[in-house]
Design a protein around this ligand. Sequence first.
Ligand SMILES: [Zn+2]
Length: 430
Amino acid sequence: MSPTLNTDKTLINFENKDTILVSYSMRGEELVVNEALKVRALPEGSYDKLLEFLRLYRDAVQIVVDRIWGIDEKLSWKKLHRLFYSDLISMSFRAHHAKEIYINAKNLMESARGNGGRKPVLRKLSARIDKYDYKLDLDNMTLTLKLHNDYEARLKLIASRERIEKFRSWSNYELVVKYEEGVFWVSIYFKRAVRPLEPRTVMAIDLNFGNVTLAVYTLDGRRVRLKRFNTPHKKILTHKIWIERIQRKYPKSWRFIKGVRKAIERHGKRIKNISWDYAHKTGNTIAKLALKHNSVIILEDLEKLRENNKKDKEFNKKLGLWFYRRIQFCVEYEAGERDLEVVKVNPRGTSSKCPRCGGRLVGDGYRVLRCRKCGFIGDRDVTATINIYKKYVSKHSRCGVSGVAPNAPKPDENPSGMQGNKNEAMTTES
Ligand SMILES: [Zn+2]
């Protein structure tokens, strides 16, 4: 429903187990989640024909690449079809094979040119296959591929029931077959439309160097939940400092001495694990809470964050936007799994504007902000969540949101409810 939703494709090593390509896209008003499931596949019987097909396919893509490499004009589907369709059919491909082959070639050429690279030379055996040319049977875990000359190849998919289960209600539309070092792999592309429930509450999330703060507001501005998670920033920084220390000690040679490089890699790996682990847990907890409160989840738009340079420079230097991105990715992923809506708002001013009068806030001691104009005093992170909530409400008043400001803490209210080590500082305001 909002154009600010993430449409990036993100390739990650999800849950450290399988490579899954996840992307979100808008189809009209609907959010569509795409995911690829990569599994090993075992051909039943001889796999000569399948290998023959993969080689033929690779060579055909190469032929098309060779022929379009010198062409500078824009190549439409129509033109590609006219140029190559009948040739490919005469090479014994099926109609949709032909389409996949010239589109594949075009994409390869464009990305090679985009990188200023040379004409691609294909070596790997990999074929993209349209839904018209395969039959997937998740009950029996088999896949039937339609090959050249109308040959068929049947493959057994090697994956646990649990991994497959979730995709039963999804539709699949394409797959990629690969042959690598004697093993066949299949990546199946699934998609599913997310139809968000009409939210009853708004969950505003503020990301910071040291913590993630979430607050749930009713549509008329009452805060019903407040929660803070500490980030593992200290642990991450410790490993970063180690890396920098080693690099300073061996400024020129660290790349080339195996032991030194390995030590750096070890710290890098720890950072990766700690941050993903945290992002998964936090994303999961946030989505569970949002489901419980039937919330729409509001995040700050990271791209705009960079432009605005809102957060302290120290954060950007020490931890970097990648850490925010990772957390947001997991929040969006887990929210999508539960059919919850995520909306991003511009973070401009969320930690510097008074939520009551719009005046400028100044620091007033540890984590506390004060408005010189109206005397508002509030915890820094809680104030940010109020502003994030207000931004959402002012833009999305369609669902009966009256646009009433949340009852901001009164000037004399002690914001220390959010301080100390208490991670959960739940308050229910009357
Ligand atoms: Zn004020």
